[in-house]
Design a protein around this ligand. Sequence first.
Ligand SMILES: Nc1ncnc2c1ncn2[C@@H]1O[C@H](COP(=O)(O)OP(=O)(O)O)[C@@H](O)[C@H]1O
Ligand SMILES: [Mg+2]
Length: 259
Amino acid sequence: MPVTTTALLELRDICVSYKHHQVVHNVDLTVDRGEVVALIGPSGAGKSSLLRSINFLEEPNQGQVLLAGQRVGVLDRRGRAVPANRRQLAEHRRHVGMVFQSFNLFPHLSALENVILAQVHGLGRSRSAARERARQELEHVGLSDKSNMRPASCSGGQQQRIAIARALAMDPMLMLFDEPTSALDPELGIEVLNTMRRLADEGMTMVVVTHEMHFAEEVADRVVFMADGRIVEQGPASEVMNNPRHERTQRFLSAVKNR
Ligand SMILES: Nc1ncnc2c1ncn2[C@@H]1O[C@H](COP(=O)(O)OP(=O)(O)O)[C@@H](O)[C@H]1O
Ligand SMILES: [Mg+2]
């Protein structure tokens, strides 16, 4: 497949439906290497569905996803596109780290073991290499001292940072975040946002669905506003946040800012 773009991620004409209910309509979105994109919009806009379509957790019923120029979820067999099987999909997903609102950590395992496990099972890394890498990533997110703790002994913010360390240990090309702080008290959310800000500064490519308008404005390079399954407006973060052009964006922003 020829590489026609310098973009790391390219979504072309993506549609997502549940049964006969279409929730994402013909979305095009390109994300460059090192770019941080904040995806904002009202509840039900289709943000999560779009994000999940990137690694085929939600299979788009139309359109193409390209990661580093390679089709995701589809293989090129002598010029014909055929759906990827489960193993091939798992291979595609390895390159995309995903962090959700819920942390999905194993409760009976220590923080360190949680970060080791996916590497051993997903990448086939040796336990010793995985342990070394887990130590590095827990340090990266500021949790060296929690390595031996179980998730229940950690705060929500710490648990989310363990989940981020687990994703980073898989060497993702791209990190996707779906409202990573919305289950947290504001104070604990801040430590997670600071960790994400550090990743952004280090050059990680990120797409972040967020209600944190300060984060969108200060950390994101670009803000994409979605409503009713479509991208209504996008542009440089400060422009969209302070000077939205579309009435729908203006209405949303004034509602969240006046909350
Ligand atoms: N698994 C699902 N089955 C059926 N409908 C869904 C499912 N997930 C989301 N939806 C519907 O799709 C629409 C978009 O949802 P979602 O992508 O979660 O939006 P957002 O993340 O912007 O709140 C909503 O109307 C929601 O009810
Ligand atoms: Mg959502």
